[in-house]
Design a protein around this ligand. Sequence first.
Ligand code: KG4
Ligand code: ZN
Length: 335
Amino acid sequence: MLILGIESSCDETAAAIMRDDNRLLANVVDSQIAVHAEYGGVVPEIASRKHLENIYPVVSKALADARVCLDDIDLLAVTVGPGLVGSLLVGLNFVKALTLIKKIPFVGVDHMAGHLLSVFLSKEPPQFPFVALIASGGHSSIFHVVNHTDFRLMGRTRDDAAGEAFDKVAKLLGLPYPGGPAIGKLAESGDAGAIAFPRSWLAKGSYDFSFSGLKTSVANHIHQLRADNTPLPVADICASFQEAVVDVLSAKTIQAGVDTGCRNIVVAGGVAANSRLRHAMRDASDKAGLSLAMPPVSFCTDNAAMICLAAFHHYRLHGSDALDLDVYSRSPHLM
Ligand code: KG4
Ligand code: ZN
C-alpha cells in the first residue's frame, strides 16, 4: 500500500509518500519560517495563503521524488486538527479534490497522533506500551500509549506549551522566530546554573505542566537588568531558562513511566529537537532503567511522514473518512 500524506496545520506545508512497511519514498517540507519571522510569530492569514501557493508544488515534488504518480497512490492522508483552521482547510480540501477526481480513499489524521507515532520513523522504535512526551509549539502533553491508535492523556500544559515558552523568551531577548533553535544554540555557550529560574511542579503526582510563571520570571529578570543598564548575559539566560524547562519535562515524563510500569519512554514534537532535552532524557531514562526512543531530529518538527503513519493505522481500524469531514482547531480527545 502506498500512502500520500499532507500536513498544513501551522507554518509548514509538507507532503510525504510512504509504504505500509514504514519505508519512506519521499518527504518534502516547505517551511514558511522566513515569511513569519518578520512578524515574530505565525500570522494565520499569511500561513493559509502560503499553504495555498505551496501545496501543489510540494505534492508534485513528493510524487517526483518517489518516482510515482497519483494513480499509484492507495490512500490519501491529511491533518485535520488541531491547528490553524484556515491552514488545515487548504490541506483537507486539496485531499478531498484528489479523492473526488482519482477515487482514492482518504483519512483525516490528528496532528498529535502524528507526533506520537513519529518515533516509528527512528531506526530503533519502541515497544508498546510506552509513555510519550509530546513537546511542541502548541502542546506539552504526556500520554500513555497502548498501541498505534490507543493514546491515553496523562497530563498537559495548563498555560504555555514548552515550545511556546521558548518562542516567547526568544522574543524577549530579541532572537529570531522560532525561538527554540536560537535559544538551544546560544545555551551551548551559557551556564545553565547561572540564574535560578523557577520550576513549576504543580501538585504532587500531577503530570500537568505550567510554563507561564517561568516565562514571567525570565521577563522580570531581563527588565531588571535593562533598568540597571547591565548588559544582558544572553547565553546564560538561554541556558538557565532551557535547563528549567528540561528539568520539568524530563522529571515528569520519567515519573509517568515509573508510575505506569511502562518500561519504554518516547519524546517527540518540535522541542524534542533540542539537544539538551535529548541528553537529559537519555541520562534520566538510563538512571531509571527505562528504555528511551526518539524520532530523528528532522522528524521532531512538523512533517507529513508522521501523518502517513497515523493514517495507515487509522485506516486499518476504521476505514476511510467521508467527504463531509471537517477540521478542528482544538483536539476533542488528544489535548
Ligand atoms: O512540532 P512543531 O514543529 O510544531 C507544532 O506542532 O507546534 O514544534 C515547533 C516548536 C516551536 O515552538 C519551536 O521553537 C520548537 O518547536 N523547537 C525547539 C527546537 N526546535 C524547534 N525548541 C527547543 N529546541 C529546539 N532545538
Ligand atoms: Zn507539530
